[in-house]
Design a protein around this ligand. Structure first.
Ligand code: NAP
Length: 309
């Protein structure tokens, strides 16, 4: 049963991105596409994509970025993501794709919730955080589309809701990257310059669950193998402050030789958005997440080897 996916015709969108690049190791026989193959914001391209008969679609593609990108380009984020998600899910159903799994994000959860960690029951109980509101709404809309199709058309589509991601295949870009990738890039820079200070945005107080992209890909592989159709969060138990994560990274990467400075004038984003992985474990069974220290050491060694900046 575990090897059934090799006999399925699986389409993966977002194949050139962080998650897509990691997934190739876990689902090597799937077909991976990027925007240069099909621009999923264009209806004609999506129609052309579904001229092929797919048994399963894993939808990773999206306009994705760190806090600065989300603040500077909310119009592009909502427009591109709404278009590609709506069209992709629509034409998957119209062409009779039996299974579709979309990847959302824990930023779709309410900005503030009465209890933590949040569970899937807390979705739609409040508006998402202001700094990524447009992006989050496009993901919430896709969840609503999938839930609505399952009700009206009896499809068995689902979505995974991962926490913040990092991994060897992320691209370091100080303007666009997510926090942990940008942090590792800054450490690499400082190391090259022989030391100094790592400057980070915000107060360092917000809490984050950082998930190695390989962990999400193992969850996707296991969900495919077990033909899971439930939707659930994917997040490790470790929920640490930005300051704690920065201290771990500086310790692991340099032995602690760099100073860390916070720019308190810049935005923090959501204070906390930690989610429970209980439902995921009920559905998939026990799962060993990559400890953050180990993941950071691996990713940093890779960036250093690749001379990634
Ligand atoms: P990524 O590295 O930014 O990659 C995005 C992918 O989407 C690329 O393959 C890109 O293709 C493709 N894409 C963008 N616009 C497209 C378009 N108009 N048509 C077709 N393809 C398009 O993203 P990621 O980090 O792998 O994220 C994968 C999924 O996980 C996304 O849905 C994201 O929302 C979700 N997620 C990410 C994080 C995170 O921290 N990174 C956290 C939670 C959830 P090109 O390379 O050709 O542009």
């Amino acid at each position: 049963m575990y090897f059934r996916f090799s006999m399925e015709n699986i389409l993966v969108t977002g194949g050139s991105g962080l998650v897509g690049s990691h997934l190739k190791r876990y689902l090597p026989d799937a077909s991976y596409i990027s925007s240069s193959d099909f621009d999923l914001t264009r209806e004609k391209d999506v129609q052309r994509l579904f001229e092929t008969k797919w048994d399963r679609v894993i939808h990773l593609a999206g306009r994705v970025g760190g806090i600065l990108e989300n603040i500077r380009h909310p119009g592009e984020f909502i427009e591109e993501n709404l278009l590609m998600n709506t069209l992709l899910v629509k034409y998957a159903r119209l062409s009779g794709v039996p299974r579709l799994t979309a990847v959302l994000s824990t930023c779709i959860y309410p900005d503030v919730c009465g209890r933590y960690p949040m569970t899937e029951e807390d979705l739609n109980q409040g508006p998402p955080q202001e700094t990524n509101f447009a992006y989050a709404i496009s993901k919430i809309a896709m969840a609503a589309q999938i839930d609505a199709y399952n009700k009206q058309y009896s499809t068995r589509y689902n979505y995974l809701i991962p926490s913040n991601l990092y991994g060897e295949h992320d691209r370091i870009d100080f303007e666009k990257s997510h926090f942990l990738t940008a942090l590792l890039g800054k450490i690499l820079n400082a190391e090259k310059e022989g030391g100094g200070t790592v400057k980070l945005l915000g107060s360092g107080e917000p809490l984050r669950q950082f998930l190695h992209a390989d962990d999400l890909c193992r969850v996707i592989r296991d969900s495919v193998a077990k033909d899971i159709t439930e939707s659930f969060n994917v997040a490790p138990d470790e929920n640490l402050s930005i300051r704690e994560i920065a201290e771990i990274a500086v310790g692991v990467c340099t032995g602690g030789s760099l100073a860390i400075e916070f720019d308190r004038e810049s935005p923090d984003g959501q204070f906390r958005k930690d989610v429970s992985n209980e439902r995921m474990k009920e559905v998939l069974g026990e799962f060993a997440f990559t400890p953050l220290r180990e993941g950071i050491a691996r990713v940093y060694a890779h960036y250093r080897e690749q001379d990634a900046i």
